[in-house]
Design a binder for this molecule. Structure first.
Ligand SMILES: [Zn+2]
Length: 288
């Protein structure tokens, strides 16, 4: 069997293993979108971050990757109105597509870390928010509700003038039934540990790896405390940063965790029913 066959077999096996191994996994895979299914799409946007969360016709976008491509992704998913757009932090691989999203879509509110713009795209975002009158409240924020799912957005727990942009990433906790997922932008260990100490991080089902699987964004202790069953890494093929780092991969893969990578698996979709049972499907990586 060739490499492609092996890759397919490995993916199929992984799905079977996942379904057998996870107490929360649904018994059967369902390809079509159900109005009552919460979906988290970790989009295959290359070296950047963008995730769409939707349920029952309402949608929330977390980060917008590097450029206008995000608008095509939203179009493909049939999304025109966004209940909220969340910018984890203001680096271009997370907000590069924000000007296009804010210009082309009806956005109810924009949640960001509140730091003064340090690059052109952050300044552009600020100008478009003002021009279009999009509400951009400061924290603390009430949880967002997508049907019976709840999205809690919280700022860094670090204090001081020397907190970096990465460590000012917002945390996004998605809950439905007993299901819990956490997205943390490009947080590094200092921010992750500060949140742990603050008690805001629960036992997780799904963790979107912080900082594209960088070495400085995970420790065995963080994984032992948060206990995710599944980890998704948003990362570009052949990226110049060496993401994900081999040591980070070693930590993520330990303890029977299932790890998905957008550079190898394509878009990763987590589908969650009203009880919090979930399954995962992937699009397969795009052609080069
Ligand atoms: Zn990043």
């Amino acid at each position: 069997m060739g490499a492609i066959g092996n890759a397919m077999t490995s993916r199929l096996l992984r799905l079977v293993v996942l379904l057998l191994a996870l107490p929360g996994a649904l018994a059967a895979q369902r390809e079509t979108t159900h109005a009552d299914t919460l979906e988290i799409h970790v989009l295959d946007v290359g070296q950047g971050d963008a995730a769409l969360i939707r349920l029952g016709g309402e949608a929330v976008l977390v980060d917008a990757s590097r450029g206008r491509d995000i608008v095509l992704w939203l179009e493909d998913l049939g999304v025109d109105t966004l209940l909220a757009v969340i910018a984890s932090h203001n680096h271009a691989d997370h907000i590069g597509g924000m000007p296009a999203v804010l210009s082309d879509h009806l956005v109810r509110r924009y949640l960001a870390n509140g730091r003064a713009p340090e690059n052109q795209v952050a300044a552009d975002v600020e100008a478009i928010l003002a021009e279009r009158g999009i509400e951009a409240p400061a924290p603390p924020w009430e949880p967002l509700h997508l049907g019976d799912a709840r999205i809690t957005v919280f700022p860094t727990a670090l204090r001081g003038d020397d907190v970096t942009e990465n460590n000012s990433s917002l945390g996004v906790l998605v809950e439905r039934g007993r299901f819990k997922a956490l997205l943390t932008g490009d947080s590094e260990v200092d921010e992750l540990n500060a949140w742990l100490e603050s008690g805001i991080i629960p036992d997780l089902d799904l963790l979107k790896a912080a900082h594209h699987g960088a070495r400085d964004a995970v420790t065995p202790g963080w994984l032992q405390r948060t206990r995710p069953e599944v980890v998704v890494i948003s990362v570009g093929r052949d990226n110049p940063y060496g993401h994900p780092h081999p040591w980070a991969m070693r930590y993520y893969l330990a303890g029977n965790r299932t790890v998905y990578r957008t550079d190898m698996d394509g878009t990763v979709v987590i589908a969650v029913d009203r009880h919090g049972r979930y399954l995962i499907r992937t699009s397969g990586a795009r052609e080069r």
